[in-house]
Ligand binder design. Structure first.
Ligand SMILES: [Mg+2]
Length: 237
């Protein structure tokens, strides 16, 4: 067994169901393939300052509003609700996008990982968030059109963990759930969501991140993702 990979062997036979071959690898974006070098509270404070919009809500209140809203275009409506004065919402959303773009970076070796997987499988991206915010991130990373299919859940009625989100990327890649492996960090959005629709899941772990969840078929440390993921997903074939 390779260093840094924890395979839940007891669950592997479930992954090896049927005779379907692995045809696609689908990634989450935030905290999986790309990270921000500053923490989100710092970025929001920067955005607040540059937009001249005082922010008096907490990170937790923001997270809860984000979950409730499922914003389609931008984070403007989310901020408008929290600020309780509608017209500052879009200004703050734009400043926050800019702050994130300035500190967003791919994990080391992400490009070579995508290229290595592309030699064997279709590679997709399924990311939660408003269209403008997530497109802006893909542009910053130079990843617009980089994947065989990209789904930003702002385009849909529901985001992850709703089955609609996973069905949309499977359909775009033209694969069945058992023909794909999903790679993401969030227990709720990624692990619970993908496993619910029958897609085998690799949970990405990192210091300070979510605990390993037993619903994941395998776990991998983010620092080992580039080196070890191709060999790990090959075991799902
Ligand atoms: Mg994520």
């Amino acid at each position: 067994m390779m260093d840094g990979i924890t395979i839940v062997y007891a669950q592997m036979p479930g992954v090896l169901r049927g005779s379907m071959a692995l045809r696609a690898v689908v990634f989450d974006l935030d905290y999986t393939l790309a990270v921000v070098s500053s923490d989100r509270s710092t970025l929001l404070a920067e955005a607040s300052k540059s937009a001249g919009v005082p922010v008096e809500f907490s990170r937790e209140e923001y997270g809860a509003a984000h979950q409730r809203a499922h914003a389609h275009e931008t984070r403007g409506p989310i901020f408008a609700e929290l600020l309780k004065e509608g017209d500052a919402g879009e200004a703050l959303a734009e400043a926050y996008r800019n702050a994130i773009a300035e500190s967003l970076e791919p994990i080391d070796g992400a490009e070579s990982l995508i290229a290595a997987l592309e030699a064997e499988y279709a590679v997709g991206l399924l990311t939660n968030g408003p269209i403008v915010a997530q497109r802006d991130k893909l542009q910053t990373l130079g990843w617009e059109g980089r994947f065989d299919a990209t789904v930003i859940t702002g385009e849909l009625e529901k985001g992850k963990p709703h089955p609609e989100a996973f069905e949309a990327i499977l359909e775009a890649l033209d694969v069945a759930p058992a023909e794909a492996v999903y790679v993401g960090d969030s227990v709720e959005a990624d692990v619970a969501g993908a496993s619910e629709v029958g897609i085998p899941v690799v949970q990405v772990l990192y210091p300070g991140g979510p605990e390993p969840d037993p619903r994941a078929d395998a776990h991998i440390e983010r620092r080992d993702l580039v080196r070890d993921l191709p060999e790990l997903v090959a075991q799902f074939e």
